[in-house]
Write a protein that binds this ligand. Structure first.
Ligand SMILES: *Cc1c(COP(=O)(O)O)cnc(C)c1O
Length: 372
């Protein structure tokens, strides 16, 4: 396979198709360079960085059309850290989860292991399918991922019927910014910036309802010990002042702010959703039309617009295809490692040009024609 080559005119203009970290646009990098000697390296307690945080918060509220009273909260540590924040501060006694892949499973494991909570209720579905949380008496927080990045399944975002004042905690880490939703169906819609927002990792961001803010105040005001760095209430207080508890990565915030403003200028979430749907529509119809490929997610309604998974026939080794592509600068379409399938996984976030997804599939065709 070291002899296999792809003609330069078939290659995508940009070869980054990772599901996170994901493609950062050239214009974002230029914007970062432009503030490289003024904003970078300056205090996060002073006006220039605080107004950058304010720009991110206002931009996200506009992009998601935040319902009255919802606020944008942020803190350091990424979505994984947010699971610990939520376990400590947002679940009162018992959580229920829908688990249909690695990311949903990780949050379910976090609440299940918490010694101060009752054992979590978990509904599961195999990889490639979806599970939706079901009403359970005594549960005060329901959790599921909007997009299961490990499998490429998109899930509905709807309040659990009959759940009264239970909180809906929805992991938007890969979906947020790449598809539409009604945020009022959630109490906390949380995510990190290295996926649809084309920035770096290390931050968590959340749209939080007044009920979520009140819940955290009540739980944290009780006798549960909550470390300060994992306190949701502390994050709310700092966010309201356009700050974070401890030092954030300023460059990450610059890249993030640029991407949010770009999306707003282009037409907001509806525009972004249209763009990812175009990319995904191409990827899935291409996979369906090849007899050595097929979309991994059988139900078309569950196929993610932002992370596409394509199974390959056994005679076409995915690892060979990805190795040849990688040698040509087309990278990160390996499947989620723990899924263990002969598969390609393609990040199609808003930063990715739909034409580049077309070029990617042409490159895969070219490699496979030489292989079989
Ligand atoms: C990537 C991802 C995470 C983990 O995000 P980190 O910022 O790396 O902690 C969590 N949930 C989903 C759905 C993801 O795609």
């Amino acid at each position: 396979m070291s002899h296999l080559t792809i003609p330069a005119d078939l290659l995508p203009r940009d070869g980054r198709f990772g599901s996170g970290p994901s493609k950062v646009r050239r214009e974002q990098v230029d914007a970062l360079a432009a503030v490289g000697t003024t904003l970078l390296g300056t205090s996060h307690r002073q006006a220039p960085v605080r107004s950058l945080v304010g720009r991110v918060r206002a931009g996200l509220a506009a992009l998601f059309d935040a319902p009255d009273g919802y606020e944008v909260v942020l803190g350091n540590g990424g979505s994984t850290t947010f699971w610990d924040v939520a376990t400590l501060c947002l679940v009162q006694e018992r959580a229920a989860h829908a688990r249909f892949g690695e990311f949903g499973a990780k949050f379910a494991a976090a609440t299940t292991r918490a010694p101060f909570l009752a054992p979590s209720h978990v509904v599961s579905a195999p990889a490639g399918q979806v599970a939706v949380p079901e009403h359970v008496d005594g549960v005060d927080a329901y959790a599921w991922p909007h997009n299961e990045t490990s499998t490429g399944v998109i899930a509905p975002v709807r309040r659990v019927a009959g759940s009264r004042d239970a909180l809906m905690l929805v992991d938007g880490t890969s979906a947020a910014g790449g598809t539409t939703l009604d945020v009022s169906q959630t109490d906390v819609y949380y995510f990190a910036p290295q996926k649809s927002f084309a920035s770096d990792g290390g931050l968590w961001l959340a749209l939080a309802s007044p009920a979520a803010v009140e819940r955290a105040a009540r739980v944290e005001g009780g006798d549960r010990w909550v470390p300060e760095s994992l306190s949701f209430t502390t994050a709310v207080t700092n966010s309201r002042a356009d700050q974070t508890l401890n030092t954030p990565a300023v460059a990450t915030l610059v890249l993030l702010a640029e991407q949010i403003d770009w999306m707003l200028e282009q037409g907001g979430l509806a525009w972004a959703a249209q763009r990812t749907a175009t990319s995904a529509g191409h990827l899935y119809s291409w996979a369906e039309s090849r007899d050595w490929a097929a979309p991994f997610v059988a139900d078309p309604a569950l196929r993610s617009p932002v992370v596409g998974t394509v199974d390959l026939a056994p005679e076409v080794e995915a690892s060979t295809v990805t190795a040849v592509l990688r040698r040509h600068g087309v990278v990160d379409i390996e499947p989620y490692r723990k899924l263990g399938r002969n598969q390609l996984r393609v990040g199609m976030y808003p930063a990715v040009e739909p034409d580049d997804v077309l070029a990617l599939t042409a490159c895969i065709d070219h490699v496979v024609e030489q292989l079989v």
